[in-house]
Write a protein that binds this ligand. Sequence first.
Ligand code: 4AD
Ligand code: MG
Length: 429
Amino acid sequence: MIQTISNYAGQSVTLNGWLYNKRGSGKIQFLQIRDGTGFIQAVMSRQDVTEAEFEAAASLPQESSLKITGLVKQDDRAPFCGYELQVTGFEVVSRSEEYPISKKEHGDAFLMDNRHLWLRSMRQHTILRIRASIVKAVRDYFDDNNFLLVDSPIFTPNACEGTSTLFETEWFDKRKAYLSQSGQLYQEAACMAFGRSYCFGPTFRAEKSKTRRHLNEFWMVEPEVAFIDLEGDISLAEDFLCHVIERVLNLHEKDLTQILERDLNILKNTRKPFPRLHYLDAVKKIQELGMEIELGGDFGAPHETELTKLYDRPLVVTHFPSAIKAFYMKKDPENPTYAKCMDILAPEGYGEIIGGGEREDNLDLLLAEIKKHGLNQADFEWFLDLRRYGSCPHAGFGMGIERCVAWVCGLHHVRETIPFARTLDRLSP
Ligand code: 4AD
Ligand code: MG
């Protein structure tokens, strides 16, 4: 494997892989090989291989699969990995047809149509490896901090985040079922059973938005903790996010700077505590920036972008108006117009990456909210039981992995952060 090639310096190895690119002359071929774990330059001199092998390599189209043998040589100047392969043997496994993704510029739609092939490019390869590292850092954080992984179901009988963004399906001939918008309600049951729990799975929103931050299917991690309040929730989210960013920087600094050309200054600034703003102060600041915003209304992407430009690290906005938030949010007892909730906004215009807060733990207040939101109480009886049997203050949050990856990698659009994006206009490949 190219990933472990440094263990084989001075030895002869055989790699299975694909031809990423090549250049050369009648005497020497520089073959860029990828095997999925990395990229390496293989140097093939005419005198070191048979005539047939040299000709096969010289005429081989990009992305043909191959088997290549050679001597591993350490060379600081070697591209990609600091090692080079001096070729002694070469075999074509399957000659590629003309590869659709060439070196020339392609439009976004073309690349997304060819996502099954585009994944092979060095840039996409890097992004998805960083995504995998973020997922592992997320899981490790909760596993190492006494949270129990409790998977939430995907088919649900009710809405969690508002009825307007539900994907609906038939549950046999019995009733309608919905794809989960969030695993939170089940985590509330889990935290009452296990104290601290989390789920991490796909979630679905039937939003018709075409923004660069929205997917119709995305992956969300959702911790939930019994006996903590909003304050405890914010500290947890800060600690968690700092851990994730630190891990990515440790593992991928070179990938980020060299391949994705990411400026790391702000990422390196992600240290707690994060600055905090009450919703009312955030609105004031947005107005001072000369932007229009209605008091009581939600932030739009431009508001978030301009507001976060004022800070050099993620920003926590708390106490949004209850009226624009989900039914389960706990109202601030000191001013019930506002909810004990928080959003963490990433800097550099990436907007909300975490949303969460304290949950309404009072049965009567929760019942009133269910009615007010026009939800069917019968579907929530199990959820209401959590308030009937040993209710307690509890809080949690959700982080969309794709928004986090987009920010870390400095990507314009979330569609590149997930292997196969699902958006309003795309269900394929
Ligand atoms: O703010 P949201 O809607 O909150 C919830 O779903 C809560 N139930 C979470 C909880 O408290 N357990 O979504 C949480 C996060 C957002 O901050 C964002 O990162 C991501 O999920 N997200 C999306 N990511 C991509 N595409 C979308 N359409 C998203 N909607 C939310
Ligand atoms: Mg939100």
